[in-house]
Design a protein around this ligand. Structure first.
Ligand SMILES: N[C@@H](CCC(=O)N[C@@H](CS)C(=O)NCC(=O)O)C(=O)O
Length: 226
């Protein structure tokens, strides 16, 4: 079975990072192909190379034996179905339902955080005053992390004790907080550090830091891709 994950520039593409982590954590073999997003058509979902593999014109997209799955959460769900229960979603149905809600909240929400703190692994900024919507999003994420860590502390260091898709979806957030100097304390800080220390995340980050060829191609918009 040929399984190919198409991802965007690793420094910027937070949507690509999420399912890439899920496939790695599930130990599903896959070939990775980077499609540069600094090309004509970006921002309009009209990049020809992307449209060739993703009808929505966005990455990530997973190709499995000719089938295209063109959304990060759909790819994560596909991955969860390839492995034993408990590997990518919590095995307990009630915990799994909450994990899905937490993941969906990231997938469809936090517009202010996504707009004002775009993922940019190479960048470090001084803390700045956020717009109310953005500040509320940051506070909601911190509250969510603290609440879940308090509830699942005895079961392991991840949001729901054992590692899950929810952690993959919040890994880009941990990088954004680091990039933009969002100060964390206590359980939220420990959790963010855990995400950033993950070996697979480190491998992705290494690639992002090694290839600086997309730098300066979008003057003033270093964090263009969210
Ligand atoms: N809902 C989609 C969003 C994917 C997305 O917006 N990807 C961005 C890059 S991170 C993209 O491909 N943009 C192409 C464009 O705007 O032309 C998902 O979860 O996969």
């Amino acid at each position: 079975m040929a399984t190919i994950l198409f991802v965007g520039n690793k420094n910027f593409s937070s949507w690509s990072l999420r399912p890439w982590l899920c496939l790695r954590w599930a130990a599903i073999p896959f070939e990775e192909r980077v499609i540069r997003l600094d090309q004509p058509g970006y921002g309009e979902r009209r990049i020809a190379e992307v449209l060739a593999v993703s009808p929505a014109g966005t990455v990530p997209a997973l190709e499995v034996d000719g089938l295209s799955i063109w959304d990060s959460l759909a790819i994560a769900e596909w991955a969860a179905e390839q492995v034993a229960p408990g590997v990518l979603w919590p095995a307990d149905p009630a915990t799994r339902a909450v994990a899905r809600a937490v993941t969906a909240e990231m997938h469809s929400g936090f517009a202010g955080v996504r707009r004002d703190l775009p993922m940019n692994l190479r960048r470090r900024c001084a803390p700045q005053p956020w717009l109310p919507e953005t500040r509320a999003g940051i506070e909601r994420i911190v509250q969510l992390w603290e609440g879940l860590r308090a509830r699942h502390a005895a079961e392991g260091p991840w949001l729901f004790g054992a590692r899950s898709i929810a952690d993959a979806f919040y890994t880009p957030v941990a990088t954004r907080f680091r990039t933009y100097g969002v100060e964390l304390t206590g359980a939220a800080r420990e959790y963010a550090e855990k995400l950033l220390a993950d070996a697979d995340f480190k491998a992705w980050e290494h690639d992002a830091l090694s290839d600086r060829s997309d730098e300066g191609r979008f003057p003033g918009t270093e964090g263009l891709y969210t």
